[in-house]
Each structure stands twice: as structure tokens, then as C-alpha cells.
Ligand binder design. Structure first.
Ligand code: ADP
Ligand code: MG
Length: 386
């Protein structure tokens, strides 16, 4: 099938996104701010991006009519949700420019392929084994235990993962996960986690955001902290170089997030990639002169990529639905007025109709002149939010 290369799309063109979640919403906001029209494909009539987009096609991601409608409306299409089937992107690519390409998204959608790509790029990842059959399960070396068994596909926010200590626990976990293809990873002694957002243009040019330092709670990102020196400089450049070589190896066009582990002995190990802007890059909306969503617009529209500059220290706090239930079982709006009295507090809400435990409802970006000030304000915000 012939594909359509990205070419320059000036403001006034229509940019489409597969998926109507918060990432699609913030992409659409960035595109609209730059004078583009937007189209969203998502079956949910109430989706965060669908509600604010010029066009909203309400079909499943793999509906041929929906995809054809999207292609006819749009000058280029991207994705915001890594579980949009790669075949949908491949089908679209025959009708309009698509970035990132289905082939790159397919690698990010499958932990086994993803790990093979890291190895091919010469970037160290966790020792691991692919488990697709009972024979492969039986042959797993004990050196990988204790470990984490992860489904090869469709995992996110720590879902589809089981921590295992012994071979017997591993066998039980594989059954529990439905005997689907999995990757077993050795449990690594983490010092901390970080990530890098890379944007790569159709001409192969790359720019990146500064390295983000991330804190997860229960498998979900809770806090991101970014300032000069938040990660030792040698480690930061190693992470940026690794992220760029992973993007180059995929001939990637678009915004890519690469997540890393920093081990207690100081080694850097790549964890996984997301073929889209990422929760850990949200701080860029307020702390950088170019956000990850503007980078996404620029890569899709063939616009020049300029190296973003961090102009403030930042702390990003994820706002999960749990914050609506600090007073009991009835949802109550958190005290935004008090939070917004804090200097440098920027509230981003995704317009989701109902708060639920564990659901990402929004985030709070806190910017300040110094890391200490940003951290102090973040602690105040966290105390207010209870
Ligand atoms: P998800 O796709 O759900 O984000 P990850 O593979 O990133 O899945 O795992 C979620 C979190 O679990 C990581 O951010 C890290 O805190 C922890 N984790 C995952 N793999 C390992 C590992 N091999 N060793 C130690 N901790 C891990
Ligand atoms: Mg992750």
C-alpha cells in the first residue's frame, strides 16, 4: 500500500487524532491555539477530546467507515492512545499522512517487540524472557526471579502485571493472566525512574524535553519533577542519547516518550516507550517554551522543530479521581480556589464527567524560579488536596 509522506501543513489545515482521551484533548487544544482545525475519532460521545474538537467521529477505532471519514476530513492523522490497533493506522496510511507510522506503534504495543528493539539499538533493558508457551514458561532461567510478569500487550498504569518470587508463583501468574503472551522481567533494584520526551520530524531532525524524574504510586505516575540537575548530567545525556537512538531506529515521526529506570548502582536501563505525548511530559505545558503537544502538532504538520527551553523549575502532580472522595463516598469538587491561590499553580482538568478512584481527572503543574520553591508549593497543594 502506498503511504502519504508528511508535508508542510500550514495553520488552517485539519489535524486528526485517533483516540479521545486527555492526551487527544491537549493535542487538540495545542493545534487549535496554532490555528488548526481538529478531528477526533472515538466511540465515546462524552470523550474529553471529542467534546472540544471541531469534528468528532463516533465509531470504533477499527471501523472502516469511521477511518475513511477521518481520512477525508484530515490533512494528517496521529494517535493518542497506544492501544489503537496498528492495523487502523496502517489502513489510514493508505488514505492520508499518518504519524507515527503503524510499524513504529506496533513495536510500542508489544513488550516483546519493544525489548527486541532496545536490544537492536544497543540500549540496555531489564534481563527478560518472552513467555508464549508452556515450554517457554518451563525453560525460564531462575536468574530472572524474583521478577515481574507483564502481558506483552494492552498493559498500562501497572495493569496486566504480577510480581512473582518463585517458579511456582510464575506459573500461577501466567495462568492468572490468561496464558496470553507475556514478558518476564527480572525485578531490578531501582534508585529512581525518569523519562525523556523526544520529537522527531519527517526529515529525521530530533529535539527533546529535559529529563523528567518520575514517582509512581501503585503503578500509576503520581509526581514528575523537572529542573536543571534533577538527574546527574552524565546520566541525563545518556538518557537523551538512548531515547534519540530508539526513535531513530524506528524511523519515528512524532512525539515519543522513553521511560527509564536508574538502578541503585547508577546504571541506566530503558523500561518502555509510548508512541505519543506522555503524562510525564505534561509539565512542559507551563515550564517550557514549547510543550510536548505543540511538538506533536509541529511533527505532524511538517513545521520546524525547535529545541524547547525549560524556563522554570516544575513539579507536576497527577489529579486522580480519589481526590474527589476525601470526604466520603459522595464525589466532592476539590478546593480549586485555595489551590489556585498558590503562586505558579496551573490547573489542567480533562472534562471527564465522573470522578472514579484511580481515574486520571487532571494534573496540576507548579512552576517556580527554584526547585525548592516548586517543591514547597507542591507540598502545600498536596496538603490542600488532602
Ligand atoms: P506500565 O505500562 O503499566 O506503565 P511499566 O512496565 O512501566 O508498566 O511498570 C510500571 C511500574 O512498575 C514501573 O514504573 C516501575 O515502578 C515498576 N517496574 C516495572 N518493571 C520493573 C522491573 N523490572 N523492576 C523493578 N520495578 C519495575
Ligand atoms: Mg510505564
Amino acid at each position: 500500500m502506498s503511504t502519504h509522506p508528511i508535508h508542510l501543513l500550514p495553520p488552517g489545515a485539519t489535524l486528526g487524532v485517533l483516540g479521545g482521551g486527555q492526551l487527544g484533548r491537549m493535542f487538540a487544544h495545542a493545534a487549535q491555539a496554532m490555528g488548526y482545525f481538529t478531528a477526533v475519532l472515538d466511540a465515546d460521545a462524552d470523550s474529553p477530546a471529542g467534546r472540544i474538537s471541531h469534528h468528532h467521529i463516533r465509531t470504533a477505532y477499527d471501523d472502516p467507515d469511521g477511518l475513511a471519514q477521518l481520512a477525508s476530513l484530515c490533512d494528517a492523522v496521529t494517535t493518542e492512545f497506544e492501544n489503537v490497533p496498528a492495523v487502523a493506522l496502517a489502513a489510514l496510511a493508505g488514505q492520508c499522512p499518518v504519524a507515527p507510522a503503524a510499524r513504529a506503534v506496533a513495536v510500542a504495543q508489544d513488550r516483546a517487540q519493544e525489548k527486541a528493539h532496545f536490544v537492536a539499538c544497543g540500549v540496555p533493558c531489564a534481563p527478560h524472557a518472552v513467555i508464549e508457551t508452556a515450554e517457554q514458561l518451563a525453560a525460564v532461567p531462575t536468574s530472572l526471579l524474583p521478577g515481574i510478569l507483564k502481558t506483552a500487550r494492552l498493559g498500562y498504569d501497572g495493569k496486566g502485571q504480577v510480581r512473582v518470587q518463585t517458579a511456582a508463583e510464575l506459573a500461577a501468574a501466567w495462568v492468572q493472566l490468561g496464558r496470553v503472551p507475556c514478558v518476564l522481567e527480572q525485578m531490578l533494584p531501582l534508585a529512581f525512574e525518569c523519562s525523556v520526551i523526544v520529537a522527531r520530524g519527517h526529515d529525521g531532525a530530533t529535539v527533546h524535553l529535559p529529563v523528567q524524574r518520575n514517582l509512581h504510586r501503585d503503578g500509576i505516575l503520581a509526581v514528575t519533577e523537572v529542573h536543571e540537575g534533577n538527574v546527574p548530567p552524565a546520566l541525563a545525556s545518556q538518557a537523551v542519547e538512548a531515547a534519540i537512538s530508539i526513535a531513530n531506529g524506528l524511523l519515528y515521526v512524532g512525539v515519543l516518550c522513553v521511560e527509564f529506570f536508574v538502578l541503585q548502582d547508577g546504571r541506566l536501563v530503558v523500561n518502555e516507550i509510548a508512541p505519543r505525548p506522555h503524562n510525564s511530559g505534561h509539565y512542559s505545558q507551563n515550564a517550557c517554551d514549547v510543550s510536548q503537544f505543540e511538538l506533536q502538532v509541529r511533527t505532524m504538520a511538517g513545521l520546524p522543530l525547535v529545541q524547547p527551553r525549560l524556563h522554570s523549575a516544575a513539579v507536576m502532580l497527577n489529579l486522580l479521581g480519589d481526590l474527589w472522595f476525601t470526604q466520603g463516598d459522595t464525589a466532592q469538587t476539590p478546593p480549586w480556589e485555595a489551590v489556585l491561590q498558590l503562586p505558579g499553580a496551573h490547573l489542567h482538568l480533562y472534562g471527564k464527567s465522573a470522578a472514579k478512584h484511580g481515574r486520571k481527572m487532571g494534573h496540576l503543574n507548579i512552576t517556580a524560579a527554584t526547585p525548592e520553591a516548586a517543591r514547597a508549593t507542591a507540598l502545600q497543594a498536596a496538603a490542600l488536596l488532602g
